[in-house]
Design a protein around this ligand. Sequence first.
Ligand code: COA
Length: 174
Amino acid sequence: MTAADTPPLAAFTRELYRLDDLELGPIGADVDALAAGVAAIDPWAANGISAEAMRERMVRPWPATFRFALRLDGRLAGYLALRHPFMRGPYIETIALFPAAQRRGLARRVVDWMAREVADEGANIWLCVTDWNAAARAAYAALGFVEIGPAPDLVVPGQTEIFLRKILASPPLG
Ligand SMILES: CC(C)(COP(=O)(O)OP(=O)(O)OC[C@H]1O[C@@H](n2cnc3c(N)ncnc32)[C@H](O)[C@@H]1OP(=O)(O)O)[C@@H](O)C(=O)NCCC(=O)NCCS
C-alpha cells in the first residue's frame, strides 16, 4: 500500500487538534482542574455532580468516546466529550466552556471543526440540553441546532432534557 492509498484517520482519533490559538488535546495532568472547573458550572453544579464524579466520567474507558481538554493560548478553557459514530454523525456528550471562555466563539469553532472532521462520514451533529438552560439553548439555536423533542427524566427525575440535531448535509441517495 502506498502513502496515496492510506485511508485518512477516522474522525476525532488524533491526540491533538490545533485550530490556531485553540487546541483540542489530551486531558492529561489537567484532569483534576478540568473536572473541578466543569463541576462548578451549570448544569452540572445545579445537578449536584461533584468534581470526583466528573473526574470519573472523564477517565472511564468508554467505546467510541473522544474526550478533549480545550486550551486557548495554552490555558485551560473547557472540556469536550464526543461519541462517534452515534447516528449518522457524532453526539456531543459534553461541551463546557469555563465562564471566562464563554461567548468568545469557541463553541462555533468546535462545531465547525466537527463538521469538517465528519465531512465524509456523517451528516448530523446531535446533543442534549437541559430545558432550563436557556443560555445554552440560545447558543445552540444560533449554531444551527434544531430541537427535536423532550426526554423527561433522562438525567434527573422531574427534569427534562431536549434532544437537538444540526443537519450538516443531505443523506446520500439510496
Ligand atoms: C453553551 C456553550 C457551550 C456555548 O459556547 P460558547 O463558546 O459560549 O458559544 P459561542 O461564543 O461560540 O456562541 C455561539 C453562538 O451562540 C450565541 N450565544 C452564545 N451564548 C449565548 C447566550 N448566553 N445567549 C444568547 N446567545 C448566545 C452567540 O452569540 C453565537 O451566535 P452568533 O455567532 O450568531 O453571534 C458555553 O457557553 C458553555 O459551556 N456554557 C456553560 C455550560 C453549558 O451550559 N454547556 C452546555 C450543556 S448542554
